[in-house]
Design a protein around this ligand. Structure first.
Ligand code: NAD
Ligand code: ZN
Length: 342
């Protein structure tokens, strides 16, 4: 079968023939239809320091996908060929304390799809059935393809009660942007998002942000005045990975504010923890999605009116993957989808 493979320890990816995955008794085999390109895939494409340390070569990459089940293992009874599914890309160990307690998203020994095991940028992908999420048959395939990052967004955005609250999102990447309709749906009042990228600020406005600002031009203190906010933001969603953005967020929270931290900083940095202490701020780190509470919430929120489709701005055939990666690297995109049905 064809797959997008990191087959050499250098910049780039190659569309190559590799063997179809085999399945164990508890696995399913999926014919991939659409995939989303993630920042992780771009790191692997660029072959940066993290990728060189992390990715064994050769490796078929990719973890954001939707497809159709074509075969199930002999132990699999409740999933069937024809089901339209996506996959949780963190394959958990199943026997650590957290796994045993049903808190699988806290597993200490995960294997990553397209990182540690063959990925979904391929004609077929195999996963344990415990990692499969079944969609309603009519779901928009492009939206279904990005359930993984939508899940990062929902896990973060719903970490704290946002009903009636003023929410600050730092970073208008695809994950930050998808959080706008989610927190609005959950009852937030003002939703302010920051970025320096004009294309993405415009997209954030389309997705319903109260204000989408460049913090270098409009300081958050000024935003608070404009919105007549007396005491600061109630909930912060850090989705940029920038320590500057996090410091700025902490300085603009109300006393007792809550921060969910998703963005991954490139390196360690200094924080003034006194502000966290004296302002009694709660900070929660977020990794991945909750299995499967986040997936459940994503499905029902789409059914009850949340629309994330506008975050998908570019679509390419899988043979044009170079164009997709170039678009991602330009920063002038929301989500980029590759089509594997052709
Ligand atoms: P992205 O890189 O596309 O978006 C980040 C955005 O932040 C960019 O648009 C960038 O211009 C903006 N930004 C940079 N510095 C900023 C600043 N000082 N203030 C405001 N905005 C700033 O990333 P994404 O795919 O949307 O993901 C968001 C973040 O979440 C990334 O850091 C990513 O690595 C991380 N991530 C974490 C998890 C997890 O499980 N914790 C999963 C996926 C992604
Ligand atoms: Zn575990």
């Amino acid at each position: 079968m064809k797959a997008l493979v990191k087959s050499r320890s250098e910049r780039g990816l190659w569309l190559e023939e590799i063997p179809e995955p085999t399945i164990g008794i508890n696995d399913v085999l999926i014919k991939v239809q659409k995939t989303g390109i993630c920042g992780t895939d771009v790191h692997i494409y660029q072959w940066d320091e993290w990728a060189q340390k992390t990715i064994p070569v050769p490796m078929a990459i990719g973890h954001e996908f939707v497809g159709e089940i074509v075969r199930v293992g002999s132990n699999v009874n409740d999933f069937h060929p024809g089901d339209i599914v996506s996959g949780e890309g963190h394959v958990t160990c199943g026997h650590c304390r957290n796994c045993m307690a049903g808190r699988r998203h806290l597993c200490k020994q995960i294997q990553g799809l397209g990182v540690d095991r063959p990925g979904a940028f391929a004609e077929y992908v195999s996963l344990p059935v415990a990692n499969i999420w079944r969609h309603h048959p009519g779901i928009d395939r492009d939206v279904a393809a990005i359930f993984d990052p939508f899940g990062n967004s929902v896990h973060t955005a719903l970490s704290f009660d946002v009903t009636g609250e003023d929410v600050l999102i730092t970073g208008a990447g695809p994950i930050g942007i998808m959080s706008i309709p989610v927190v609005k749906h959950a009852g937030a009042r003002h939703v302010v998002i920051t970025d320096m990228n004009q294309y993405r600020l415009d997209l954030a406005r389309k997705m319903g942000a109260t204000l989408a600002v460049n913090p270098q031009e409009t300081p958050l203190a000024e935003v608070q005045k404009q919105l007549h906010m007396a005491e600061g933001f109630d909930v912060g969603l850090e989705m940029s990975g920038s320590s500057i953005a996090l410091r700025d967020m902490i300085a603009n929270m109300c006393h007792g504010g809550k921060i969910a931290l998703l963005g991954i900083p490139a390196k360690p940095s200094e924080m003034d923890w006194r502000q966290v202490i004296f302002n009694m701020i709660t900070i929660k780190g977020i990794y991945g999605r909750e299995m499967y509470e986040t997936w459940y919430k994503m499905s029902v929120m789409l059914e009850s009116g949340v629309d994330i489709a506008p975050v998908i701005t570019h679509r390419f055939d899988h043979t044009e993957f170079e164009k997709g990666f170039e678009a991602m690297m330009s920063g002038q995109t929301g989500k980029v989808i590759l089509d594997w049905t052709t």
